[in-house]
Design a binder for this molecule. Sequence first.
Ligand code: GCU
Length: 579
Amino acid sequence: MIYPQANSYRGTKNLSGPWDFKWDPQNLGIKKKWKKGLKGSKRITVPASWNEQFKETRDYLGPAWYQTHFNRDSNSIGRKVFLRFGSVNYMAEVWLNGVRLGSHEGGHLPFVFEVTKHLKKKNNLVVRVEGYLKPDRVPPGNVPPGPLDSFNNNFNPPASFDFFPFCGIQRPVLLFTTPNERIEDLTVTTDISGKNGQVRVDIAASVSLPSTLKVSLEGFGWKMVSEAPLKNGKAAYLLPVPNAKLWGPGSPNLYQLKVELKLAGKTIDQVGLPVGIRTIRVKGSQLLLNNKPIFLKGFGRHEDYPGTGRYLPPAALKKDYANMQWIGANSFRTTHYPYSDEDMVMADRLGFLVIDETPAVGLFFKKDGLARRLKLCRQFTRDMIARDKNHPCVAMWSLANEPHSNRPAAVPFFKNLAQLARNMDKSRPVTLVSYLGTPEKSFKFLDLVCVNRYFGWYSEPCDLNKAIPRLSKDLDAIYRRFKKPLLVTEFGADALPGSHAQPPAMFSEEYQREMISRYLGVIKQKPFVVGAHVWNLSDFKTAQATHRPNGMNYKGVFTRQRKPKLAAFALRKLWNKNT
Ligand code: GCU
């Protein structure tokens, strides 16, 4: 999937800003044909969740209606015109000038409609959004409590996952144009041999006449150009890069790829893409980046910010990376859903390795709804890989977080998804993140083992002298069982900002600091552990529950306003070699 771009052949128009907005608690909008235009609406900011933009709607999950107007740009005449939503949570239905363009299910990946034939000089775009929590959606909600299918968290709203089910148009909405005959998609895979790199570019184009492709790759004072005819709309290039500047944490070297489509010698389309030359693979009990062992130091995060909900404003995104760099982290997991395009671009540019995770959190494997959950997980796995496959930052694909895998149906479910991921991308490892550990049977056919551990918090509360030895034995047992590299993908403790206790007590900053430090002490002794991700980078909004004061999860080492707690300083001492 090529991200919209502007050049002599393509254009973009960002529709972000104030939109009209209307609640629809009685669900009257469809019958009353609000698709033709909203009356008596208020103003809302797009992108951002609606929940924290108004005082009365924190827990309202829809339906609600959005509307905006835009003029057709002159440079779109004679081109194809598309409408791209970065993400809408959870269900979206879209009309342009009263004509239904279609609908989309799923809250964290882009979707596109071609609008060429519906465009007028002045246009009215209407979107209906609802975020109902249902057991046969992904992620699920309103799941009947039970030891095999959900944690008995008793959340309100009734999510089967621990983050607030924010709703709305939560990422930018773009109009973009392409030529009628155009480059459809690019797939870049990179390899290394000795000091040299190799960039493979697979290109698909839709053209009606014989044409050629001109491919250029340049960077660091080096450039190469290659031109070849297109056969049946496809072409593949192998570009050798002598003395390649490799991509990785600390050296996010990016080359610039440019692809031109030429008809009778005249360029009719062009796309550009940054390329990071690197390899990532599992070897024995190690994770290798560019054929050298790498240890992933980092965090689980959330796209979460006061007022904007699930939308991270650019300055907040930049601040999160500044905080991770200050601590000395080199990686994160997109917990528990694919993050924004902008986040992935920043990870490429700043050299962070990313465990890219689908929105499959809290999955359960009871028969009812299972086929639909698998269908949705396949859609989200496919869309995530299609969107992110060319980002050098993506180190591996995570198929799920904490599935309730105790039912037998879990193994064929994940076998199906692992196969899909591997068919789409042979260049990256595939994993899932489990709370089970040794009983997680799917680890037998996945490339790495990822486990979340909270001994000393949800068990052995405030008793690290019991919890730490248990952690050590547990990690050894998991490695003995699977003999694969192991990532501790979550560990941590809630710490109310400014809460202190001596001796350390639960919910104090001192206990959070001590628990994280002692976990890292154990992890350091395990050569088969290839990464440690603290839960969480920042405090984040979740649903109301007795174990979530103020509807917040306080396991951040930074507050929701991105201010450091004691644990952040301790982590910096352990991870940032410049301290
Ligand atoms: C789980 C889960 C997180 C959750 C965390 C916690 O491991 O993956 O989403 O926030 O535990 O309970 O804090």
